[in-house]
Structures are given as structure tokens and as C-alpha cells.
Ligand binder design. Structure first.
Ligand SMILES: [Zn+2]
Length: 106
């Protein structure tokens, strides 16, 4: 949709680094360069839910319900720091743990 009264550029929300708060740029492509300014990690709170099956002799299905999704943005400066990577892993761990438990139960 095009409109002279509403330029596209103004409504764009800038991404900020989750760790240091600096604004991160979009990934830049040029003829000779591919520059990434940030890494995005998708995480969120999950809750295991049990789905009953129609066949009562079969074990119930356990699935993970995503309660609320978060996007963790890490700028390239912070990404080099070991502490930041640990924080990212700890943010991601609830999902991983739940996935492992689900595998063991099936
Ligand atoms: Zn940062």
C-alpha cells in the first residue's frame, strides 16, 4: 500500500540490545560484505499440557504450550562476552529442559 501522507520509514520500531541497550542495525548486505549487527534468540515460557487420546489404552500425548514468546536481541559487542552467552543459555534452558522431559516420557 502506498500513500504520500504516510511514509513507511517513520513507523519502524528500532531493535535494542537486551544486554547493553544499544540500538542495533539491520543486517547489511553490499556487493562484497555481509554484516550482521545483532543476534536474535527466540525464547518464551512454556507449559506442558497433556492431550487425551481417543484410544484409552494409549498413553496421553504431552505437548508444550507457549505461554508468551520473547525475542532476546544481543548485539555483536555483547555476543563476544562469555557472561552474555551464559545469560542467553539460561534464558533458553526452560525450553530445552521441557523438551528433554517430553522425550523421556514418550
Ligand atoms: Zn549489547
Amino acid at each position: 500500500m502506498q500513500s504520500a501522507m504516510h511514509p513507511i520509514a517513520v513507523s519502524k520500531t528500532a531493535l535494542r540490545c537486551h544486554h547493553c541497550g544499544r540500538e542495533v542495525g539491520e543486517t547489511v548486505h553490499t556487493r562484497s560484505l555481509y554484516r550482521v549487527d545483532y543476534y536474535a534468540l527466540h525464547t518464551g515460557e512454556v507449559e506442558p499440557i497433556t492431550l487425551p487420546r481417543t484410544d484409552e489404552s494409549a498413553p496421553p500425548i504431552t505437548a508444550l504450550k507457549l505461554l508468551n514468546a520473547n525475542q532476546i536481541v544481543t548485539c555483536t559487542d555483547c555476543y563476544r562476552q562469555p557472561g552474555v552467552r551464559q545469560e542467553r543459555e539460561s534464558l533458553f534452558r526452560p525450553e530445552l529442559t521441557a523438551a528433554i522431559e517430553q522425550d523421556a516420557a514418550s
